[in-house]
Design a protein around this ligand. Structure first.
Ligand code: C2E
Ligand code: CA
Ligand code: CA
Length: 607
């Protein structure tokens, strides 16, 4: 108690002693309150009107007079306590802000009485408030603190110790400002679309989770899951971005509901999400992961359409796979990427061999540019035959990479690697130039078909680069045919690119027809010259009636639209007979020739 008093006398605002107050009132019945420097000597309020403090006063200093006027009229609540923690004065706004009844507005009322009252009416957490006031009291200088009322309001308190003890403070209701700040803070840490945490916040969360999990001796096991959506791009492309956004936000909700209370889940960006899940064992993690994937895979019903997407999910465990943010994220990400290349699986737990695959992938990517120059990568050509005449009319250029130690690398994989590593524009141009250079040495009635990758087609200046390559090779534009797949056609800029090149004579075919989502509508929307019926329909078409019906329907439709039809992957005489009989004008497949090196193709042509 003694120390308290002493400290107060030094000038800090008072703390309340355990007896609830001090003996000597500063404002006596004489009706005068005097600050030590003699600045203000105020008369004591004797009556209270309308719940507002009306201070009848006699002022001995004009400065004090101005101060009193200010007291009563300022927007903030203002209160002054003396060195015995007794009320000297409060302005009406203060009384209003703290709902102080008239009898507690009187000078001389102890701070402790007010606290007691606020506690009873449930306005303030008295303990908290007392501690906070004591903190302030121990300081010698002015301080600014925030006071949280139990009803959610937030006041900003500017407290100024008075020279002779006691304190004066202003109270500003900053609830609206705080809410706005909170909202801004929320937005900075959350993804606006799903309301889930964002990447930055998730990283912080993960590192504090790690700190917690490692601190108390035995490391806690938790799972870090990363997942992204399968076929989400198709939703965006076909149903529009608004629907895409809607799906993302629904997914946020569905996933959230599947997770135990308190689990962190974030949208890292695009269609990528992450979860931190405390688990007892791996089977628990696997079961939650399966729930998450199942929730996402439930169809999304919109007014007229139903959309279905899936998810791929990678899991890494703390502490087994790492005990820092970077390593764990990398492991979960690796597991995610690995599971994406396994169509039959949706969930994969990290293991070290995935790292090996990753290294192999990096090595391939590093080697790729050089392989273009050394001849490790080459184009092979597969003949396309006019069904009626049996003559070869063109060849499809197909990529081949014979790696010195790994052997043949599948062309789709090469394209995938090039797209991932931003080498695609370079590889794409290389393919185009090689194909045109080869064609320039063939008879003029033999065309060349080149496959395009999505990234390549969307490159800025793609059409111009094609035209430049044609000019450089000295080949008629009509001899070049560009093969596109449906996934590549999503917007009107694609139509513009096709039109621009077709105008110059370049031909276009829709590849792998029938395997995508909206083949029929694409045929109407985009100006093609040809459709290539996918090998999966052509294979066994002579014994599978269902396939025959599809091939016949596609051929019939294409014919009506004035398009040529190529049947891909014709391997047997039986298949040839059927596809030709239902109207496929052009044929491609092992029956006529496998993809072969350029020299072999020339020999094939001569033959
Ligand atoms: P695609 O465009 O559908 O190419 C046709 C694929 O069918 C080729 O596979 C070809 O070798 C194969 N094929 C042709 N006839 C038959 C047959 O009778 N039976 C069987 N079983 N297969 C046949 P390949 O060369 O492995 O290429 C696979 C895919 O890789 C291609 O599918 C294409 O999407 C992509 N690709 C290949 N080369 C390139 C390229 O230069 N650029 C781009 N962007 N993609 C390429
Ligand atoms: Ca093709
Ligand atoms: Ca194809």
């Amino acid at each position: 108690m003694q120390t308290d008093v002493k400290r107060r006398r030094k000038g800090g605002p008072a703390a309340v002693d355990d007896k609830g107050g001090a003996a000597a009132p500063p404002v006596g019945r004489s009706g005068r309150a005097v600050t030590t420097d003699g600045l203000i000597v105020a008369a004591i309020p004797e009556s209270y009107n309308n719940q507002l403090t009306v201070v009848r006063r006699k002022l001995i200093s004009p400065q004090a007079e101005r101060l009193m006027v200010a007291f009563e009229n300022i927007r903030e609540g203002l209160v002054m306590y003396d060195d015995d923690e007794r009320l000297v004065m409060m302005n009406p706004r203060y009384a209003e802000m703290y709902a102080i009844p008239p009898d507690l507005q009187k000078p001389g009322v102890r701070f402790a009485e007010l606290l007691d009252y606020w506690g009873r009416v449930g306005l303030l957490d008295v303990e908290d408030n007392l501690t906070a006031r004591r903190d302030v009291a121990s300081r010698d200088t002015a301080s600014c603190v925030r006071l949280h009322l139990c009803d959610g309001r937030v006041y900003e308190l500017n407290e100024q110790p008075l020279p002779g003890g006691g304190w004066v403070s202003t109270h500003d209701d900053i609830t609206a400002r705080v809410r706005a700040e909170e909202r801004i803070l929320f937005l900075a840490r959350h993804d606006a679309l799903t309301g889930l945490e964002n990447r930055a916040s998730f990283h912080e969360g993960l590192s504090s989770h790690l700190a917690k999990a490692t601190k108390d001796g035995t490391p806690n096991r938790f799972a870090l899951m990363m997942f992204d959506l399968d076929r989400f791009k198709a939703i965006n492309d076909q149903l529009g971005h608004d629907r895409g956004d809607q799906v993302l936000s629904l997914i946020g909700r569905r996933v959230f509901r599947k997770l135990p209370h308190g689990t962190r889940v974030a949208r890292l960006g695009g269609d990528e999400f992450a979860i931190i899940l405390d688990v007892a064992d791996r089977s628990m993690a696997r079961s939650v992961a399966a729930d998450v994937v199942a929730a996402i895979s439930e169809p999304f019903e919109f007014d007229t359409v139903t959309a279905e997407i899936g998810a791929s999910l990678g899991i890494a465990y703390h502490p087994d796979h790492g005990d820092d943010v970077t390593t764990l994220m990398k492991c979960a990400d690796q597991a995610l990427r690995a599971v994406k290349s396994r169509p039959a699986e949706a969930i994969l737990e990290y293991d070290r061999t995935l790292g090996d695959a990753e290294t192999a992938r990096d090595e391939l990517i590093n080697r790729l540019p050089g392989a273009l120059d050394t001849g490790e990568i080459a184009l092979h050509f597969q003949p396309i035959i006019n069904a009626a005449t049996g003559q070869c009319t063109s060849a499809e250029a197909l990529l081949r990479w014979r790696h010195p130690t790994l052997g043949m690398v599948a062309p789709d994989r090469v394209i995938e690697l090039a797209e991932e590593s931003r080498l695609m524009p370079r590889l794409g141009l290389w393919i185009l130039k090689r194909a045109l250079a080869a064609a320039s040495g063939w008879p003029r009635h033999i065309g060349v078909a080149v496959n395009l990758s999505a990234i390549q087609f969307r490159e800025e200046g793609f059409a111009e680069s094609v035209l430049a390559a044609i000019a450089e090779a000295g080949v008629e534009p009509e001899r070049l045919e560009l093969e596109l797949t449906e996934t590549l056609l999503c917007d009107d800029s694609a139509v513009a690119t096709i039109k621009k090149l077709r105008y110059q004579g370049v031909r276009f075919s829709l590849d792998d027809f029938g395997t995508g989502y909206a083949s029929m509508s694409y045929l109407l929307r985009f100006p093609f010259d040809r459709v290539k019926i996918d090998r999966s329909f052509v294979s066994s078409v002579d014994i599978r009636t269902d396939r025959r019906i599809i091939v016949e329907a596609i051929a019939g439709l294409a014919d009506r639209l004035g398009l040529e039809v190529v049947a891909e992957g014709v391997e047997t005489e039986g298949e040839r007979r059927i596809v030709q009989s239902v109207g496929c004008g052009f044929l491609q497949g092992y029956l006529f020739g496998k993809p072969m090196p350029e020299a072999d193709f020339r020999a094939f042509l001569d033959h």
